[in-house]
Design a protein around this ligand. Sequence first.
Ligand code: MLT
Length: 324
Amino acid sequence: MTKLLTAITVAATCLIVAPAGAQTYPSRPITLVVPFAAGGPTDTISRIFAARLGTSLGQTVVVENTTGAAGTIGTGKVVRAAPDGYTVLIGHWSTHVVNGAIYPLTYDLLNDFAPISLIASNPQLLVAKKAIPAKDLKELIAWVKANQDKVSAGTAGAGAASHVSGVYFQSVTGTKFTFVPYRGTGPALQDVVAGNLDLMFDQAASALPQVRNGNVRAFAVTSKTRLTSAPDIPTVDEAGMPGFYIAVWHALWLPKGTPKDIVMRLNAAVREALADPAVRSRLIELGQDIPATDQQTPEALYAYHKAEIEKWHPIIKAAGIKAE
Ligand code: MLT
């Protein structure tokens, strides 16, 4: 009888204590870790969500850029953070798919995270400095071939989307050039604007504003259809690289072991953001595809992420893409 009473008391205490934590969540600012440099696509997308999530949650969401090694440093930091809902990670196709095939990671990309939701997906733009005398993609490829010992392309590190896209471009076009790694495509693109780098693949989220301002030239978008917000940029099919489709999807994760009700509180805030017309129009202006509502669940992110790993790891290994 005494044992039974003790068990009931323990169970009752747990019932009282567990929901209390979730009910008061969040009671302090949340950190959103961006594993790439400020000014790049992941940073740009993170800041749109940080502001809107903060409104839904009634707490500030602070963006922290923890950069290096194609996003593996910031990603590893979140894996080791307390699973209490106060450290959230924004990652994407390369941090959560490609890096697993080329880096000896100390974490499991699928199972060391609690997924929150997919948030957006965008194609790459092939951009080049204004001084390059090429009118279209065919002329750009010819110019690269004629100057291949001198041509440089910026990346966010080996394995980043910008790097994998460049390696794919080299193999499809038979070109060679030198990759220059940065801690994110934000600073790399600044060097294309300044004329210190010749070209690069960068996601629409950060490349489009520079194209619109006339600071760099866009030669193709890696999607089947032109972007509604940038109808002048030809698709890869139109420009002469048929089928060269690349979409970089972004998503949010927490460390494994985060209580389900906290995961769902954040998921609800993401859903509110994705339903907000102001957020939607900002994302569309930046060339983003917004996930359908049935894709905005933790389960849908887990399933999609798993399928992407199964699809891409053999391709990346066969392409011989290395961390160095
Ligand atoms: C960034 O934000 O710098 C990019 O997402 C990096 C990349 O090309 O993967």
